[in-house]
Design a protein. Sequence first.
Length: 199
Amino acid sequence: MNNTIKTKENESPFVHETAFVDEGASIGVGTKIWHFSHIMSEAEIGERCNIGQNVMISSHVVLGKNVKVQNNVSIYTGVICEDDVFLGPSCVFTNVTNPRSAINRRGQYAKTYVGQGATIGANATIVCGHDIGRYAFIGAGAVVTKTVNDYALMIGNPARQIGWMSEYGCRLDFDQSGTAVCEESLEVYKLNNYKVTKS
Ligand SMILES: CC(C)(COP(=O)(O)OP(=O)(O)OC[C@H]1O[C@@H](n2cnc3c(N)ncnc32)[C@H](O)[C@@H]1OP(=O)(O)O)[C@@H](O)C(=O)NCCC(=O)NCCS
């Protein structure tokens, strides 16, 4: 329970009294864990994360700093989220491609990397083994079956790329010279060989 948390720098994160944190889990300073959530041993959660209600985080999952996990998300072994990732409510990760109840595939869990600043929309599903690029944006309800480019905006089932999103979460409209300006931050982006970079 809560008295078994290994905190970094000896500062306690906030763990709601209904949440369970198993011995050996590592929780960063300033992280909050809300009602009915369960963090398993050897999970590593960075600083200033927010873990919503009814979230399950399996052993060996790694979350960077400032990761926001909305309600009802299960994050299975094999998932690694970099800093500033947003996981929308009830989004789904998988870690076995061909599960069968009677066949033990423990130890064969596929990895899924979610790059810095990426957003996964509500109720989206990420089929395992497909990495999500930095600042990619997965629309609500999308089913991701392929690796996703940095800054790509994906929707649908199977998910298809319909555009690009800025780090602020605004659509990027590239002109003929391959330049786009984020309407909110006014930051400038370049599109070259189907790769987006921030100037
Ligand atoms: C993908 C998304 C960013 C697009 O936003 P947008 O650029 O404002 O898009 P629009 O609402 O103008 O829709 C553009 C078109 O895409 C369709 N569309 C929008 N979101 C879609 C989605 N998630 N899946 C499928 N189609 C979608 C719209 O129906 C519309 O289709 P049309 O041109 O045939 O009419 C947004 O709809 C979304 O899914 N955001 C995630 C929200 C979320 O999950 N939040 C979680 C925490 S609250």
